[in-house]
Design a protein around this ligand. Structure first.
Ligand SMILES: C[S@@+](CC[C@H](N)C(=O)[O-])C[C@H]1O[C@@H](n2cnc3c(N)ncnc32)[C@H](O)[C@@H]1O
Length: 468
């Protein structure tokens, strides 16, 4: 492969005697990865039903290699059930190594299309809140779909400049991920187009943006909170030097160790300007040392900086005294759902009913694509549940389930939007909303009448093309 000379020279000076091995790996095949959605299924259960050969990615507990030249996991009903995300193996590392606990308030600053946000959301297990932001609203649409498919309801999808977010979220988050826009040198092997993009906008262009994003994000982190910064590039100006810049602006941050893996290489203090040996705790991923593409990761903790309780005070003010009842139609539908809905968290706009995460500040003026879980729509005398709600439910949560085995041809028919004939499954007197599942994992809703299911699968998500 023809690499730009300036890039080759830089890599030689970073890798010394390892450069030949790095260069050789351009002749090797790329790696395909699949990450299990632990919000919906355990790794053990998934391995029992996975129809393809999978090999563990050794540094990611829920990550697996698959043979992307012979199988297409994106064209499988389990994909439509949100049981996994397809992601380049090294790209799984940042969200894996940011310690997120259920109940945390988490921000993913550059989140689209959601490779990392889906994992952060899964780690929350429905508790706390995920704010997933991307400056590009077109990319944020894909992000929203991926989060909904993953069954993540305690979230907001925003499309803002990070600087604008600082006005609303100062000192608010427990955990922040910055998967920064970068010159993409680590992706040259996987995607040749990245070389052309690099020639147009290289490290110098991106390092300015990264410095701005990382300092803005720093101000939104709580004292004691953790921030993970990652790129998929090798240039020190976008990696170690960005961290040096953060530390010069916010000396209260300290660099933390990242859970190790034998293939990780240490960060390179010698490429920076401060000589800060702590930078060795950051991680470089090189494709000749492990089976994944190039990345950089730094994990930081916000130490003894200014306390900020403003956001907490705001939140207390917002939730106090909001005692509401569920609208009748919604209440009737939720008689069949095994969820405790808190009416004070409902947000109703026209026909649409959203279930808001707890404890958000007032976000008036922020551009968003989604705030909270879209439960569905209030029509005249009835409630119509949404696709997003179906994806958030577990089979056991809903009273009326049509559970189709994978081999049943009605699975694909349902995903294509067809009406289903269900004479063999239900009696003539049964009717109403049914949750359609494949092997026990929800795909969407349908409305039953006279042993026929009217398809309510979201049209924009339909299966295209032929069967499996
Ligand atoms: C490396 S990609 C993120 C990939 C994503 N984290 C994932 O795992 O799927 C970087 C993203 O940053 C977004 N971006 C670029 N400049 C930005 C900025 N100033 N603030 C926020 N996002 C930005 C881009 O639109 C792009 O989606």
């Amino acid at each position: 492969m023809n690499l730009p000379i300036a890039f080759e020279e830089k890599m030689r000076s970073l890798l010394h005697e390892e450069y030949a091995d790095y260069e050789k790996c351009f002749d090797e095949a790329r790696h395909y990865g699949l990450r299990v959605n632990t919000n919906k299924i355990t790794v053990e259960e998934f391995l029992k039903i996975a129809p393809w050969k999978l090999e563990p990615i050794p540094w990611i507990h829920n990550g697996f290699y698959y043979d992307g030249d012979s199988v297409q996991p994106a064209k499988h009903p389990y994909y439509f059930a949100g049981l996994y995300y397809l992601q380049e193996p090294s790209a799984m590392t940042p969200a894996d190594r940011l310690p997120v606990d259920p109940g945390d308030k988490v921000l993913d600053v550059c989140a689209a299309p959601g490779g990392k946000a889906t994992e952060l959301g899964a780690k929350l297990q429905g508790k706390g809140v995920l704010i997933a932001n991307d400056i590009s609203s077109s990319r944020a649409k894909g992000l929203l779909k991926n989060l909904e498919l993953f069954g993540i309801g305690n979230m907001m999808v925003l499309s803002e400049e990070p600087g604008k977010l600082t006005e609303y979220f100062r000192g608010y988050f427990d955990k922040i991920l910055i998967d920064a826009p970068c010159s993409g040198e680590g992706m040259f092997r996987k995607d040749k187009k990245m070389v052309k993009a690099w020639e147009e906008h290289g490290p110098e262009f991106f390092s300015k943006i990264q410095r701005s994003i990382i300092t803005q994000a720093a101000s939104m982190l709580k004292t004691g909170g953790m921030l993970l910064y990652s790129t998929c590039t090798f240039d020190p100006s976008e990696n170690e030097q960005t961290i040096e810049y953060l530390l010069s602006e916010y000396p209260e941050f300290e660099i933390c160790s990242i859970r190790p893996y034998e293939g990780f290489a240490e960060g390179m203090p010698e490429t920076g300007e401060s000589g800060n040996q702590e930078l060795k705790k950051t991680v470089r991923i090189f494709p000749h040392r492990m089976q994944g593409e190039g990345h950089y990761l730094a994990l930081l903790k916000k130490g003894h900086c200014e306390e900020n309780h403003e956001a907490d005070a705001d939140r207390a003010g917002k939730t106090a005294g909001r005692k509401k009842k569920l609208p009748e139609e919604l209440d009737a539908f939720f008689q069949d759902v095994d969820w405790e809905l808190d009416a004070s968290r409902l947000d109703i706009h026209g026909e649409r009913v959203y279930y808001m995460p707890e404890g958000l500040p007032d976000l008036k003026g922020v551009r968003f694509l989604r705030s909270g879980l879209l439960l569905g729509e209030l029509k005249k005398n009835r409630f119509e549940p949404s696709q997003a709600l179906a994806m958030c439910l577990k089979r056991k949560d809903y009273a009326r389930v049509l559970d189709l085995p994978l081999a049943d041809e009605r699975v694909i028919k349902y995903l294509k939007g067809d009406t289903l004939d269900l004479e063999d499954m239900v009696s003539a007197k049964e009717k109403g909303w049914y949750l359609v599942c494949v092997d026990g994992y929800p795909l969407g809703f349908g409305k039953l009448l006279g042993q026929t299911l009217k398809n309510k699968y979201l049209p924009g998500w339909r299966w295209m093309g032929s069967g499996q």
